[in-house]
Design a protein around this ligand. Structure first.
Ligand SMILES: Cc1cc2nc3c(=O)[nH]c(=O)nc-3n(C[C@H](O)[C@H](O)[C@H](O)COP(=O)(O)O)c2cc1C
Length: 212
């Protein structure tokens, strides 16, 4: 089947893109509103984009209301210029999903999900205490594109619990962290447990030597 994105409905494009650009890492983003209240919401239109400087990107689609309005996360980041990406691992999957519920403004997702927070090192927005790893970010820029916002965050501090770091690299012990990924939007996620295959990069000299 082929789909013309000029004529397809936004929902169809969404369904297809999130099923094909998968698996995706999940950022459980903590942010702070103007009164200092905390917000938490998951985003899988998320990745790191470069490392020098260290930049992550998050795609936040506006919420359809009487007109389209920015989600709390996007609004908070615009106001405070700060946020934290909490890495979603298997043990946080259910809580992450609760944070995606559209609760009334006065209800805290963190309370509903039984998630505690702990101070970050650099930014004012706290990280989630139960998260094994987190990226503290300052808003670099936000691009408003149609009904979406692409938020670029400069990572100013990286937290990883000691057992999940091999200090030799340092490398993240990804085979022990058990981060999860989002698949096609039908509530499907992928585990990263027992699913590693190792494919070393091939230096050109080696490639030439082994060429048939
Ligand atoms: C796993 C998962 C990934 C999601 N990814 C995105 C995303 O990339 N962009 C987006 O706009 N919404 C995404 N959502 C929906 C938001 O989490 C949801 O709209 C949330 O209520 C926004 O909260 P906020 O208004 O407090 O920012 C995702 C939901 C789930 C469960």
């Amino acid at each position: 089947m082929e789909f013309d994105t000029e004529t397809a409905a936004p929902r169809q494009i969404y369904n297809l893109l999130i099923g094909l650009v998968a698996p995706r890492p999940i950022a459980l983003v903590t942010s702070m509103n103007a009164d200092g209240g905390l917000n938490a919401a998951p985003f899988s239109a998320y990745n790191y984009l470069c490392t020098d400087p260290p930049i992550v990107g998050i795609g936040v689609t506006d919420r359809p209301a009487s007109s389209f309005v920015p989600k709390d996360t996007a609004r908070n980041i615009r106001r405070t210029g700060e946020f934290v990406v909490n890495v979603v691992t298997e043990d946080l999957a259910q809580q992450m999903n609760i944070c995606a519920t559209d609760f009334p403004a006065e209800i805290s997702e963190l309370d509903m999900a039984n998630l505690a927070t702990t101070p970050s090192s650099v930014v004012r927005v706290p990280r989630i205490a139960q998260a094994h790893a987190a990226l503290e970010c300052r808003e670099y820029t936000t691009m408003e594109i149609g009904r979406s916002r692409i938020i670029l965050g400069r990572v100013v501090s990286i937290f990883v619990e000691d057992p999940y770091v091999d200090p030799a690299g340092p490398y993240v012990r990804a085979d022990e962290l058990h981060a999860i990924g989002r698949m096609n939007g039908l509530g499907n996620y992928v585990r990263t447990r027992d699913s590693f295959m190792t494919i070393p990069r091939i230096p050109y000299e080696e490639w030439k030597k082994n060429r048939p």
